[in-house]
Design a protein around this ligand. Structure first.
Ligand code: SF4
Length: 196
C-alpha cells in the first residue's frame, strides 16, 4: 500500500538522527498528529519521562495541561483531533536550571513541513517562550505580558506558560491566569474540537 506524503514525512521525522551528537542519548522524536487535527499543542521539547515512554505530555506537566484544557486522556491522545508538536521533538538534556532549549534543527527540518499538512486547525496553543516566538512572532517582551494580553492575540492562537511544576511560583503570583484565562481557554478548546 502506498503511503501518503504526510505519513512519509512522519516516518522520516521519527527516524531522524540529525542532531544525535548533541543529544544526551539516542534521538527519540515524540509527537502526534493527523491531517484532520483541529487543535495544535505547540510546546517546548520532551522531558526525560516523555523521552523514556515515547508518549507526549506523559508527566506532571501533561496532567496540569489536560486539566487546563478540560480534556480527557482519550481526547488529548486522539491524533485525529489533537496534534502535539513541540519545538524540538527529542529530549535535549538538562542543565543547571532545568531542561535545555529545544534543538533548533527541528523547526525548519520537520515542524514547518508537518505544519503545512495541518489544514483543519482551528486553534493553536503556543506553550512557553520558544513556541510563542514561533507562532506569535509579534509578541515580544516578557512572557507574563504576552500571556496576559491573550484577548488581543489572533483568534486562532493563545500563548500559555509551560505547565511544568517548575512554574508553580508563576501560577501563584498570577491568579488572573486561572480565574480569567483558563475558563476562556476551555471554551475555545471545546469550540475548536467541536468544529465540523
Ligand atoms: S531534535 Fe529534531 S532534528 Fe534533532 S534528532 Fe530529534 S527529530 Fe531530528
Amino acid at each position: 500500500m502506498r503511503m501518503d506524503s504526510l505519513t512519509l514525512l512522519m516516518r522520516d521525522a521519527r527516524a531522524c538522527t540529525r542532531c544525535a551528537g548533541a543529544l544526551p542519548q539516542a534521538p527519540r522524536p515524540v509527537f502526534q498528529l493527523h491531517a484532520s487535527a483541529r487543535l495544535l499543542i505547540a510546546a517546548q521539547a520532551p522531558g526525560r519521562k516523555v523521552h523514556d515512554t515515547g508518549i507526549p505530555f506523559n508527566d506532571a506537566s501533561g496532567e496540569r495541561l489536560r486539566d487546563w484544557l478540560g480534556l480527557t486522556h482519550e481526547v488529548f491522545y486522539d491524533s485525529r483531533r489533537v496534534a502535539i508538536l513541540p519545538m524540538g521533538f527529542c529530549f535535549p538534556g538538562s542543565g543547571a536550571s532545568g531542561d535545555l532549549p529545544p534543538r533548533r534543527e527541528c523547526a525548519a527540518a520537520w515542524r514547518a513541513p508537518l505544519l503545512a499538512h495541518l489544514k483543519q486547525l482551528r486553534l493553536t496553543l503556543a506553550i512557553g517562550r520558544y513556541a510563542i516566538a514561533y507562532h506569535l512572532p509579534r509578541s515580544r517582551g516578557p512572557l507574563t505580558d504576552t500571556v496576559r494580553a491573550w484577548r488581543t492575540h489572533a483568534p486562532g492562537c493563545i500563548a500559555l506558560p509551560h505547565p511544568s511544576p517548575r512554574n508553580n511560583g508563576w501560577f501563584k503570583h498570577n491568579p488572573w491566569f486561572e480565574s480569567e484565562l483558563l475558563p476562556a481557554l476551555r471554551q475555545r478548546v471545546a469550540r475548536a474540537l467541536a468544529t465540523p
